[in-house]
Write a protein that binds this ligand. Structure first.
Ligand code: NAP
Length: 516
């Protein structure tokens, strides 16, 4: 069924050729420092007065600016996309597939440049950036594969009538990605809309607008017609409600915080004057992910899993581990191991460009929020590593391990979205599962255990969209670990799958009586 699908392979940056490629790409970005990038609506470049600064969180330097979309221009973009939909919806799947294959090839050709923009705008290291690029290639290749199957329609019971049930595109989508996977989540939203015959307006995160511009440019180069993909950066608080509520918006594909996701869901439920459908909302939101370690676990492996899941990309992954729920028999030993491993990750070792294992957090707002959670944690428990931070040169927060946290503590329940992990001691596996399931989220979770009975219980009772056993709770790979959350972590979209594409398709049943 997977039709020869293979996951893309990450670059090895110890290879001089790849290192040189990245350095040349950074030089290209620097040479264009301060460039102002316009909106793209129906292929037209539109400059506006208000700008959004793209800032390197490692240095606080302005890299470039994107123009900021007004409500009037957002209206123009949605109407343009609606017009383009009238043609694109009838474009055969083969043609859409060819365009996306060209897009994948172009992305691969421009790999260093996209990685360099990702590192510069989001502060992730090279390996993480290239991992994201591979994820995007995988999304394109998987959606191409799925659409071929979906294009055949549903299998039906044969009768004397001629019956068909076909998947058909639904309309204009609004794509609202977060900043932390500024390539793969943003581009995955565009690609899933385009391959299903829909059109889209992408409003990228204000923290990562330029990589989105570069991707929309690539869509044009791949031959996707003008108006099918429109680029409308703008502050969510200014144009967010407007694009969600617009009567021509047919679906909203959102990933981001619970607060914004819930707001979008509520606003999309209202039928605007002139609107002729109920809007579909895909909303993938936050997490408060737990790793359970029971008394039988391999402690070294569990410690490595916790450190990787909690601190890679400074804990700024929706899937990051922010709670370690640990049996009392192994609690002290595990903490000691975790601290030893964390010591190797000290933050603030230079800019993201130096490819340090721990880089900056995204912006001043995040820095303030995470550091205030560290201060809350200092009162709620005991800091055994980290707890230090500085925003002098960039937004740096040391990986922080806080132990002896009560299950009712704030840092045991609220998403921090930074390099902070809270240790909670338990006396049984029952208690561990109960605490793991107590938050309003349900995104990822891991269990480290050598006890088959506990593993089997976790399969049934640990209520998360992505459960991992004796493995870290981050780094989902397309079509190996389809991703999407339960509860207030989201609508369980499972990106990369055919199920995901069905969010953007309607089933049309056609029946013809061919008898005389
Ligand atoms: P965010 O603040 O919710 O922003 C996400 C997007 O929503 C941005 O493009 C933002 O634009 C936009 N937005 C803000 N207000 C809006 C409104 N009223 N209407 C429409 N759009 C609006 O989230 P973030 O800080 O970028 O990302 C971090 C969050 O994303 C965390 O909670 C993380 O767990 C979650 N996340 C979840 C997943 C997942 O798959 N479940 C993956 C990655 C991240 P502006 O930038 O202009 O404000």
């Amino acid at each position: 069924m997977l039709d020869g699908f293979k996951n893309a392979v990450e670059l090895d940056f110890s290879c001089p050729e790849h290192k040189a490629g990245m350095e040349a790409a950074f030089a290209e970005i620097d040479a264009q420092k301060g460039t102002v990038y316009p909106l793209i609506i129906g292929g037209e470049r539109i400059f506006t007065e208000k700008k959004i600064a793209s800032i390197d969180p490692a240095t606080k330097e302005v890299l470039a600016y994107s123009c900021s979309c007004t409500k009037e221009l957002a209206d123009k973009a949605i109407r343009t996309a609606y017009e383009a939909f009238q043609t694109w919806r009838f474009t055969p799947a083969d043609e859409r597939i060819r365009a996306l294959r060209r897009l994948a090839a172009l992305l691969n050709e421009n790999r260093y440049l996209f990685n360099a923009w990702n590192v510069s705008e989001s502060g992730k290291n090279w390996g993480e950036a290239d991992g994201e690029l591979c994820e995007q290639l995988d999304f394109i290749n998987s959606y191409v594969m799925h659409i071929k199957e979906l294009d055949k329609g549903l299998e039906l019971v044969h009768t004397e009538e001629h019956n068909k049930c076909i998947y058909t595109p639904i309309g204009v989508g609004v794509a609202v990605p977060p900043w932390n996977f500024p390539l793969s989540l943003m581009a995955g939203m565009i690609v899933s809309a385009v391959i299903t015959g829909n059109t889209v307006c992408v409003k990228p995160s204000s923290d990562a607008p330029i990589i989105a511009y570069k991707f929309v440019e690539l869509c044009e180069k791949a031959g996707i017609p003008a108006g099918v993909v429109n680029y409308i950066p703008g502050s969510g608080s200014v144009i967010g409600d407007f694009i969600v509520e617009h009567p021509l918006t047919r679906f909203i594909n959102f990933t981001g915080s619970k607060e914004v996701g819930c707001r979008i869901n509520a606003r999309a439920a209202q039928v605007a004057p002139g609107q002729r459908w109920l809007k579909r909302v895909v909303a993938e939101m936050g997490g408060k992910n737990a790793i359970i370690v029971d008394a039988s676990a391999n402690i070294k492996k569990a410690a490595q899993g916790i450190v990787n899941s909690a601190f890679t990309f400074q804990g700024q992954k929706c899937s990051a581990c922010s709670r370690a729920i640990v049996h009392e028999a192994v609690y002290d030993e595990l903490i000691e191991e975790v601290v030893k491993l964390t010591e190797k990750l000290k933050a603030g070792q230079g800019s993201g460009r130096s490819n340090a294992p721990a880089g900056p957090v995204i912006n001043q707002g995040s820095f303030n929020s995470i550091s205030s959670y560290i201060e809350i944690g200092r009162k709620e428990g005991r800091i055994v590593y980290g707890g230090t931070y500085s925003d002098e040169k960039g937004f740096y927060i040391d990986p922080t391990v806080i132990v002896d946290i009560d299950r009712s503590a704030r840092i045991a329940n609220e998403e921090i979205f930074g390099p902070v992990v809270a240790f909670i001691k338990v006396s049984s596996f029952d208690e561990a599962l109960e605490i793991a399931n107590q938050t309003e989220y349900g995104l990822t979770g891991s269990v480290y255990s050598e006890d088959r009975a506990n593993i089997n219980r976790a399969k049934d009772e640990f209520y998360v969209g992505n459960l991992y056993l004796n493995r870290k709770c981050t780094a989902a790979v397309v079509l190996q670990h389809p991703f999407g959350g339960f509860n207030l972590s989201g609508t369980d979209a499972k990106t990369g799958t055919a199920d995901y594409l069905k969010n953007f398709l309607a089933l049309k049943s056609i029946s013809e009586d061919l008898t005389d």
